[in-house]
Design a protein around this ligand. Structure first.
Ligand code: FAD
Length: 445
């Protein structure tokens, strides 16, 4: 029997459940297994209601290009295949969800709609608009955070040290095994198979940033998790900050597109013998990642420097007129035309592979602060480049990573320096102490 913890569920509008199908509006969690939203929809369907899964494909989304769309569509194609294998209907709607979904819900005479939790502004706005247009309930289920973001705390946390004890206290209750998704009990409406070639041809996105070499979909995500846990996890604590070792999991794109449940990864990692690597991975995967969702949920302007803490804004203002040794434009950064071979190598790693190593992302963003006309401009350029080239871009982790690097979010003041003030500083000398910079430049430069 499926029973999803009620603390994961949030009702977004007033109507009560009525007769008819259950619609699961898949959005952030693009997978069939280990998906609390889909499981709750199945729980509501019980033995009497049909369950229809629908995905709304917007023709353009926050500047996403072919790189990100290609990865997502390949994953969704597998979602459709797996759902149909279990007897469920799958429909792909084209257009803004708040324009298309309410009509669809009426057409299929649904009695309730379930969707995924997502703290990004556009997703929250869609949910508000749709909730108002529906005369059936709209439920949001948090399938991204191990401890649900709305439950763990009701405020923006100061940093990892304040959210950590709250998450850790609740982990024993929430880090539970997922129930299996049962096959459909009721025959659906028989929606036709999606014509994926036609969908691809109808995209209106920038095709100059092409797909990257990372297999997409739930099966590939599970294979990558197992490969990492078997062969990479042991070295994680020691080598995770060495970009040449490539010792991190590289699972971020799978988490971002919801092809892999972070909770599945946490269960798998936690089942390995205890040690520094297990602790260190769970710290990143649970505490740091869920801190990002917490920030975006409670900070509507999560991509603006205005959301930086007061001490950081003060110190940046005090140093705004400091002389910059170099100032580059967006285009110079994008084309990796700075004086630094190391910075250029990091930028090329991201452009070519769709993935920059985590340690380099910090160095890379801090140098954009150092070499831009202002901190506001630096943040704008960092987010624009990150979201254009990273496969895992447009994620709470990205906005928070940029603001941590440039705006001191979730950090504290350090020794004062020109331009940075007391924002934490990084330089190439520090990188050389940590890893073989020349080898990295040879590989990516
Ligand atoms: P691993 O080291 O294997 O970590 C496992 C998982 O833990 C990651 O997949 C991620 O979900 C989480 N995690 C790791 N580091 C962090 C962190 N610092 N903050 C929050 N969660 C973390 N992450 C994104 O998912 N999307 C982004 O667009 C993004 N942009 C970033 C931009 C900047 C400037 C910075 C400083 C960080 C950014 N990060 C982003 C966070 C982090 O760098 C990446 O999640 C990580 O490098 C992904 O590689 P991995 O999966 O191999 O990580």
């Amino acid at each position: 029997m499926i029973k999803v913890d009620r603390r994961r569920i949030n009702k977004l509008n007033l109507p009560e459940i009525s007769e008819g199908a259950v619609v699961y509006w898949m959005s952030r969690e693009q997978r069939v297994r280990d998906n609390w939203g889909l499981l709750h929809a199945r729980e509501l369907a019980g033995s009497t209601r049909p369950l229809i899964v629908v995905f709304c494909l917007v023709p353009s989304f926050l500047g996403a290009n072919l790189r990100q769309y290609d990865f997502m569509l390949k994953g969704l194609q597998q979602v459709e295949r797996d759902l149909r294998g279990l007897g469920y209907d799958f429909a792909l709607l084209s257009g803004q969800p708040d324009q298309t979904l309410p009509d669809f819900v009426r057409k299929v005479r649904a009695g309730i709609v379930v969707t995924d939790f997502d703290p990004l502004r556009i997703k929250q706005q869609w949910q508000v608009n749709i909730g108002q247009k529906l005369n059936v309930p709209l439920l949001e289920v948090d399938g991204h955070n191990v401890v649900p973001a709305r439950f763990v705390t009701d405020k923006r946390e100061y940093g990892a040290r304040t959210i950590r004890p709250k998450i850790q206290k609740l982990l024993p209750e929430f880090l539970e095994e997922f129930p299996e998704l049962l096959p459909a009990s009721q025959k659906g409406e028989g929606f036709p198979m999606v014509d994926w070639d036609q969908v691809r041809n109808s995209l209106e996105v920038d095709e100059s940033i092409g797909p990257v070499d990372l297999a997409s979909g739930e099966a590939a995500a599970h294979a990558a998790l197992n490969e990492f846990v078997e062969h990479g996890l042991g070295d994680y604590a020691e080598k995770r900050n060495d970009p040449n070792a490539e010792a991190t999991s590289r699972l971020s794109a799978y988490y971002h597109f919801g092809q892999l449940a972070p909770q599945r990864a946490a269960l798998t990692v936690a089942s390995r013998p205890a040690g520094d690597s297990v602790d260190s991975y769970l710290e990143e995967l649970i505490i740091r990642r869920e801190l990002s969702d917490n920030f975006c949920l409670h900070t509507p302007n999560y991509d603006s420097l205005d959301s930086a803490p007061e001490w950081a804004l003060k110190t940046l203002a005090e140093h705004s007129a400091d002389r910059r040794d170099y100032i580059y434009s967006y285009d110079e950064f994008e084309q990796a035309r700075t004086h630094s071979a190391l910075w250029n190598a990091a930028q090329s790693q991201m452009v070519r592979s769709g993935f920059m190593h985590g340690y380099m992302r910090m160095y890379w963003a801090k140098k954009i602060l150092e070499w831009s006309a202002s901190a506001e401009e630096a943040l704008r350029i960092t987010i624009a480049l990150n979201d254009r080239f990273e496969l895992d871009g447009r994620d709470p982790n990205g906005y928070v990573g940029a603001l941590w690097s440039i705006g001191g979010v979730h950090d504290r003041g350090w020794k004062k320096r020109p331009v940075f003030g007391s924002i934490r500083y990084m330089n190439e000398r520090g990188c050389r102490r940590k890893f073989d910079v020349d080898a990295y430049v040879r590989k990516w430069g």
